[in-house]
Design a protein around this ligand. Sequence first.
Ligand code: CTP
Length: 399
Amino acid sequence: MKNKNIVLAVSAGIAAYKAVELLRMLMKEEAEVQIVLSANAGEFVTPLTFEALSRKPVYHQLFNLESSADMKHIRIAENADLMLVAPATASTLGKMANGLADDALSNLYLAFKGPVMIAPAMNEGMWRNLAVKENIEKLKSRGVKFIEPEEGELACKTNGPGRLANLDTILERVNSHFKQFHDLHGLRILVTAGPTHEPLDPVRFISNPSSGKMGYAVAEQAKARGAEVVLISGPTHLKPPTGVDFKACKTAGEMNNLVQQCFPQCDVLVMSAAVGDFTAEKLEKEKIKKRGKEGQTLNLVPTKDILMEVSKIKTQQFVVGFAAETQNLIQSALEKLRSKRLDLIVANDISAPGIGFQSDNNQVTLVDSNEQVENLPRMAKQEIANILLDKILSGAREK
Ligand code: CTP
């Protein structure tokens, strides 16, 4: 961790005393550690203890003339490579999830632009509370990583989940975060995302409810892990991740042209776009008028299958497809894997409630080129993106 700047954010739980040891462990690994405390963390361990050990002023008061003058929190936020919140209480999680900024810790979190890891610790009733669970889900969907608490005896003399993760586990997670941080360096990854719009006339089009969240999550995580990323996107409401080469398109034909242009220069294609399969045979120049009670028949023709086109020019590239299914999930995914010459397919049942299109979460099944099937539990799309990138990295290396 040499030369790594870590903000160790400590909130007001009984496990705060363990943060003292965690600080020593991080410093032993040669990390530069800046301590920030929540409003009441000082009730458990004094700022002086942290100050003496970290050999730096502790940021613990929001309304303090001295630290406000040099906008300390902004400077810390700008400089750090990682913000590690340990222990995180239910209250601190709630503030972070909901954008509150009424103490030094939550204020810094809002201003912080880098990666964030959270090690929660609380009473088991709080840990099981739905409000806490929802806050955790919210934070996970924004890419925050969690170091899950352990089961065991808690300070309130009950047994159950809620104990701060073992300090060695926390250190190991921080270490592997820095190791994997640039593990995709040197890979050029092309990602497609979102729906396509197939126009019928100047005001109407055929589309689907894809939000683009899965593809944008892959692009964002790939960029964060050091890859060079091109993101080709149909119309969505999402902001392109910073640092990616963003190319917007509307129709399946336009997306196909862009993929054909970019694919030969890339090592990996992640085809998560929900490409329209049909387009109007004839695009009406004027708005189609309603004619009394008469119906309308649309004549549709198939669009080009982009992955099929890619399979004809594919050389060493690692190609990932998606299969959105409402029935026969594995069988249909296998057929697509074989016919489109894919290295990996991500299958999901779009008829299941609470997952798939629009949602921040998904529950997917991966099928690789050896036709090995792996069911992943329901999780945030950001987490699925990272698992996919792990598979891509090992698959692309084997090629
Ligand atoms: N796909 C594509 N070009 C199309 C349609 C789909 O490249 N014109 C890609 C999708 O991006 C996805 C994969 O093919 O990675 C499977 O898409 P899906 O919609 O599940 O299946 P289709 O091949 O379109 O077949 P069907 O709709 O009949 O299930």
